[in-house]
Design a protein around this ligand. Structure first.
Ligand code: IMP
Ligand code: MG
Length: 178
């Protein structure tokens, strides 16, 4: 595999389709065990998590629901700072086991703000499943229970993740070339 161009930036191959698939199988297996009989509600955070949520949910064999929300806008290659309000959360969360599905946790700001909003919803439990996490960028205390890959603090695209809206359709993950 060689490098690719997305808009004005060059990216190099980073995580392959096979590695992603293997990681998702592992995560799903854990979730299937941990939430057996609990009828968890998966909550995909759009747009970035749509591919991960879809592939992960296909590996879920226990009774479970999935719904999606929209939260933050991310401009360019730097976190925009302001997290927008939650759009589309129409489920009653009272007593539910929620599994938030994210593409990537960068500073953790998005997740922190969102978790604050969920505080009074009477959830039975909240868990975070994220395909990627950048531990060096983390500025908030976020405990993600299900993590696909811990990666270095460099910008990535593909598999749902975008650079200014583009690159989401790339089936594997690419990292910015420096
Ligand atoms: P945080 O609030 O800083 O944790 O940023 C989280 C959000 O920023 C993610 O849900 C992504 O949408 C976006 N993001 C963070 N890092 C990257 C990246 O390397 N590539 C693409 N999007 C990213
Ligand atoms: Mg996102």
């Amino acid at each position: 595999m060689s490098s690719i161009q997305v808009l004005d930036k060059e990216f190099v191959p980073f995580i392959s389709k096979a590695q992603i698939a293997e990681s998702i199988q592992k995560l799903a297996k854990e979730i299937n065990q941990d939430f057996e009989g609990k009828k968890p509600l998966f909550l995909g955070v759009l747009n970035g998590s749509f591919m991960f949520a879809s592939d992960l949910f296909k590996e879920i064999t226990i009774d479970a629901e999935i719904t999606f929300i929209k939260l933050a806008s991310y401009i360019g290659t730097e976190s925009s700072g302001n997290v927008l309000t939650t759009i589309g959360l129409d489920k009653d969360l009272e007593g539910r086991h929620l599994i938030i599905v994210e593409d990537i946790i960068d500073t953790g700001r998005t997740m922190t703000k969102f978790l604050q909003q969920l505080e009074n919803d009477g959830l039975a439990s909240i868990s975070i499943a994220t395909l990627l996490i950048k531990p060096e960028a983390l500025a908030y205390n976020i405990q993600a229970k299900y993590v696909g890959f811990s990666i270095e603090n460099k910008f990535v695209v593909g598999y749902g993740l975008d650079y200014d809206g583009y690159g989401r359709n790339i089936p594997e993950i690419y990292q910015i070339k420096e």
